[in-house]
Design a protein around this ligand. Sequence first.
Ligand SMILES: O=C(O)CCC(=O)C(=O)O
Ligand SMILES: [Fe+2]
Length: 295
Amino acid sequence: MGIVRLSAKAGIDEILDVLDQDAGLVIENILSKDDLSQINSELKPYLQNDIKGDNEFTGFKTKRVGALMARSPKCRELALNPLINAVSKKFLEPNSDGYQLHFTSAISIGPGETKQILHRDRGVWGGYIPRKIETQLSTVWAITDFTKENGGTQVVPGSHKWEKNRTPLSKEIEHVEMSAGSVFIYTGSVMHGGGENNSEESRLGVFLHYAPNWLRQEENQYLSCPPSIAKDLDPELRDLMGYCQGGYVLGFFTDPFNKDGNLESVSPKKIFGNSADKFSIQTPDKLVESSSNKN
Ligand SMILES: O=C(O)CCC(=O)C(=O)O
Ligand SMILES: [Fe+2]
């Protein structure tokens, strides 16, 4: 069956059509050699640590490095990639008024790693969200080549529409093969897992996932990239990370140290200046109307 591969010139609707059918596809050759070497050097100090996983799911020979928005300027650019953001917005908007960055991780699968169990990432919310709601648009940026031999992600195209207990036959499992600089896009509902690495080198991918703005993020962005670092980032990226509201009062805060009343029940945007949040309380009847018109 294979994995659909499109060029970086692909249109958003074309990408969404493939996501609807397969829930996974590769967009080829987006990043340049310079982009890749910048990412490699920004991640090197963290990936050289001995941080292998301590359970079968995260892998005993796999390194995971997070806080990529705080640590890597080039990963910030990837998070804001216009094509990916346009796809995320359109994919997630049927079930939300906006979307946010949900997870950042550089995953390096080392030689000798065994294959990860197939799973659906939407499981992070405990299975409480009805299947008809898509919870996630995910990207894996290939920093090294991805091959079947070196641990290219396993994926079961079309399994987002399967009955939940159906087990794939081995012929239904594909491996993401792509050259460094390409990106694999998949959804929170498709079965997938890290691949087995039978090569001598590590396979490195940068995982950036997006979710509706009303869900709890898998990686806590406010702790992984606290305001002291976020203050120097692009305001668009801060909004994407959740330093803004996700609804008319969703995610407001109060600065506990502030005594002048300026930071009392306000949008997180106010920490960085006075720009208005896209969500605010309007008239009471509009507020009630907007809260009950979705279902
Ligand atoms: O490393 C990979 O290819 C996939 C990892 C994954 O799916 C996960 O840890 O949830
Ligand atoms: Fe996963």
